[in-house]
Design a protein around this ligand. Structure first.
Ligand code: TYM
Length: 333
């Protein structure tokens, strides 16, 4: 059976982008593969996090993943810092990955911004930790949004170099699963930037815990143009914001952008936006309600995460042990 691994940073409440690009695709995989889903708090601290907020966000992330349909009986749901093997293998990978490889990572460049000297070294080696997250379980399938593609290529470079340098066939090839019409959901304010939980403007995103009024308000204020909707996708070229809203409606209604345009050609955004709001409220309302319910019982959430960590630890342990042997570390006897 294929082993699936994916992760999400508790750097805020999950956005519609996280949901449509990743989480929603995780849910059905629980029934067909052995799945591990990880709240990657160690990745989150590569950029400054308020400790109290990080803690609250970690629980909130667990609640939202469960409310979206992940089940602790069907998948291993856990917190990254609970399983030391991630950091332990990441150190080995720090010694495998080359500076030149990391220098090419576009997400580092985006996140570090202009003042690269001031970025944390953790942010720089972040892709090595991400490779360790996956490979410490010998996972081969990684369901993610489009923005993670380059990091997964690097994970494969690391696995291949490890295998080559030590003359083994130990780490498997990792395959990205990038699915759906919403592999890249864009900001509501700027259709050229991706929707992100760390964007300073809350108006740029829909959060999974936004209530109906907040959703309505954000969609109403979303940047659009004055043109009408065309009847085909090619005609949306150069209209990034319009393309994004059409894609979101398609994703939440289980349709395609082509079908959305066929149904709504000739309408302006004054008519389109209320429909989009209704579809989002209908889809996200039950998730929000589930999340709020789960958050009322923090000890139950913590217990579910502990049990997840115990399962994950048991799966990682033999793989880390073998990796250490391959490297030549003396076994502790
Ligand atoms: P993160 O926390 O930024 O995002 C979690 C998942 O959501 C997807 N995503 C999006 N998809 C579509 N449109 C968007 N606007 C959008 N924003 C985010 C991301 O592609 C991702 O799948 N590095 C990862 C976390 C990670 C990980 C891993 C993932 C750590 N270790 C191992 C897979 C395997 C990240 O920062 O995701």
């Amino acid at each position: 059976m294929n082993r699936v691994f994916s992760g999400i940073q508790p750097s805020g409440v999950p956005t519609l982008g996280n949901y449509l690009g990743a989480i929603r695709n995780w849910v059905p995989l629980q029934h067909t593969a052995e799945c591990l889903f990880c709240i990657v708090d160690m990745h989150a601290i590569t950029q400054r996090q308020d400790p109290r907020e990080l803690l609250a966000n970690t629980r909130e992330m667990a609640a939202s993943l469960l409310a979206c349909g992940l089940s602790p009986d069907r998948c291993v749901l856990f917190v990254q810092s609970h399983v030391a093997a991630h950091a332990q293998l990441a150190w080995v990978f720090n010694c495998i990955a080359r500076l030149g490889w990391l220098n090419r990572m576009t997400q580092f460049k985006d996140k570090a911004g202009k003042d690269r000297e001031a970025a944390s070294t953790g942010l720089y080696v972040y892709p090595n930790l991400m490779a360790a997250d996956i490979l410490v379980y010998h996972a081969t399938q990684v369901p993610v949004g489009d923005d993670q593609r380059q990091h997964l290529e690097l994970a494969n470079d690391i696995a291949e170099k490890f295998n080559h340098d030590y003359g083994v066939d130990f780490f498997p090839h990792v395959e990205p699963l990038i699915q759906g019409v919403a592999a890249r959901v864009m900001s509501l304010r700027d259709g050229t930037r991706k929707m992100s939980k760390s964007d300073p403007s809350d108006q740029s995103r829909i959060n999974l815990n936004d209530d109906s009024d907040t959703i309505a308000n954000k969609i109403k204020r979303a940047t659009t143009d004055a043109d009408l909707l065309p009847d085909n996708l090619a005609a949306l070229e150069g209209r990034a914001e319009a393309r994004n809203l059409v894609g979101i409606l398609a994703a939440v209604t289980g349709s395609t952008p082509e079908a959305v345009l066929a149904a709504h050609a000739g309408k302006g955004f004054g008519a389109f936006k209320p429909m989009l709001t209704d579809a989002l409220v209908a889809h996200l309302g039950p998730i929000r309600a589930g999340m709020l319910r789960l958050l009322e019982d923090a000890p139950a959430l913590d217990t579910a995460l502990r049990l997840g960590a115990e399962k994950a630890e048991a799966m990682a342990e033999p793989i880390l042990k073998r990796a250490y042997e391959i490297v030549g570390f003396l076994a502790r006897r």
